[in-house]
Design a protein around this ligand. Structure first.
Ligand code: TRP
Length: 484
């Protein structure tokens, strides 16, 4: 396979011709496009703030290294070996290694998870879209924290405004899905992502200027384990899956286009590294601003929309940089949203024999409708909350506390469905797939292969299970029994 041609066809196992990434670089680009998104810039800072900072960040980083990277390698590997949509791939690979076709269920869960995530992802991307004109008009120039908060509050209080921006983002996503013009988008991102990086660096300089940079860094990197809760640990793990786009087949689909001779390990590590870097940089920007302005780190999903405008409103050329920043954030979200819906698209096209365009329209309508639940959970239905606590004499186990519909959807997908998908991928790759197959795909030296194999066979699945059991209170219960 030559590295220079842009579209290669390749005879896949089933004999059909399939498009291939032209090089490892294209794969890394697309996978980074999927991984780097709202998860890094919007979600990471706000859940870090909700979970008290450093200890949460440390657990998140550990999860990336020990669970995320090995599972990413496994997911890419399964995708490349199967060369189909996730459901068919899992069925096919299960049979190849002599196991049940019901592994196709894994692909199913991924289709549903991606659909649910996109329904709220699109609403938040809509906030970013809304901030483009708001910033562009210079609204935040010289504004104080109170004013900035009010702008955000006004936006989310209006179901109509949110609907408009949510609709626009769904149309953008489905347009690319329908036209299959992702080639163009990915080329654009080649220039835009480095630009986003540069803007983050400019913002870091601003953050240094606030006089609270030290405090922000300390908040991010000095772990205070008294602040971490069992749900916090679960969120850190869930976020590792979310931010790397793992556990639902998105990366599997991308892997299915990967040429045979590309190093899966190097590519996965590169993607995870860039993703983590962007998230940490976002944190280094947000928290100094939070402390400098006496804001609350645990302000919730609005955190970046309440802090970044303060920075832009008070720096030279802030209007230009601020507008550009939200444009770039929209682009980052755009390349992620496409990967969220891609498994559902391939599956729908195949199952209902629909064209790409019809599938895109149909799914677009459904995701849009589902997104209304998230929209309303920020305004007219904000009082509708779910709480679920298991209280035993061994302690209280908060599963959900005053969760809005949005919180619930996020919890269900990030903290449960993605880790469960990842767990199944780990079990499949580590225990069921023939070792000769994984060795053949990964093609790394025996030291690294053994390391990966140990992580995927024991460490990743055991950690996911422990975190689940811990969140459910089972571990505390056992400890009590054995102490008694
Ligand atoms: N990783 C993306 C982000 O951080 C979101 C995303 C895209 C995703 N595709 C995914 C999350 C697949 C889970 C699964 O914004």
């Amino acid at each position: 396979m030559s590295e220079s041609t842009s579209v290669n066809t390749h005879a896949a196992k089933n004999g059909s011709k399939r498009e291939m990434w032209s090089s490892r670089f294209t794969f890394i680009l697309a996978a980074t496009g999927s991984a780097v998104g709202l998860g890094n810039i919007w979600k990471f800072p706000y859940i870090t703030g909700e979970n008290g900072g450093g200890a949460f960040v440390l657990i998140y980083l550990m999860c990336i290294a020990v669970i995320g990277i090995p599972i990413m390698m496994a997911e890419v590997m399964l995708g490349r070996r199967g060369r189909q949509d996730p459901i068919t791939t899992m069925k096919h690979l299960a049979r190849e290694s002599g196991h049940s076709r019901s592994w196709g269920l894994l692909g199913w869960m991924g289709v549903i998870a991606g659909f649910l995530i996109l329904s709220y992802y699109s609403v938040i991307a809509g906030w970013a879209l809304a901030y483009v004109p708001i910033m562009g008009l210079g609204t935040f120039n010289g504004m104080d924290a109170e004013g900035v908060n009010a702008v955000f509050a006004e936006l989310v209080a209006s179901p109509e405004s949110l609907m408009i921006w949510h609709s626009l983002f769904i149309v953008m996503t489905m347009y690319v899905v329908a036209r299959g013009v992702r080639g163009g988008l990915e080329k654009a991102v080649t220039y835009l992502m480095p630009l986003l990086f540069v803007l983050l660096i400019i913002l870091i300089f601003y953050a240094m200027d606030t006089g609270y940079f030290q405090q922000g860094l300390a908040y991010l990197f000095n772990p205070d384990f008294s602040k971490i809760t069992t749900e916090g640990i679960l969120s850190a793990m869930g976020h590792a899956f979310f931010t790397l786009s793992l556990g639902m087949g998105a990366i599997m689909v991308y892997g299915s286009y990967l040429p045979k001779d590309t190093s899966i390990a190097q590519a996965s590590i590169a993607v995870a590294f860039m993703d983590t870097l962007v998230a940490l940089m976002a944190g280094m920007v947000i928290f100094p601003i939070v402390f400098a302005n006496g804001l609350e780190p645990g302000a919730g999903p609005g955190l970046i929309f309440k802090t970044l405008p303060l920075a832009f409103g008070n720096m030279n050329y802030g209007t230009v940089f601020g507008t550009l920043f939200f444009v770039l954030l929209v682009f980052a979200a755009w390349t992620s949203s496409i990967s969220l819906i891609e498994p559902a698209v391939t599956w729908c096209m195949k199952t209902f024999q629909l064209s790409r365009v019809k599938t895109a329209v149909l799914l677009g309508v459904f995701v849009w409708l589902m997104g209304l639940l998230t929209i309303f959970s920020f305004n007219i239905a904000s009082d509708f909350t779910i709480s679920s606590t298991i209280s035993t004499q061994y302690g209280e186990f908060v599963i959900l506390k005053d969760a809005t519909i949005f919180d619930f959807l996020d919890y269900l997908t990030s903290n449960i469905m993605l880790p469960l998908g990842g767990l199944m991928i780990a079990i499949f790759a580590g225990w069921l797939m023939k070792k000769e197959f994984s060795r053949e795909e990964l093609k790394i030296n025996s030291f690294w292969y053994s390391t990966w194999f140990f992580l995927i066979r024991f460490v990743a699945p055991v950690m996911v299970i422990i975190v689940f059991l811990n969140a459910m209170g089972v571990i505390a219960f056992m400890r009590h029994i054995f102490n008694a």
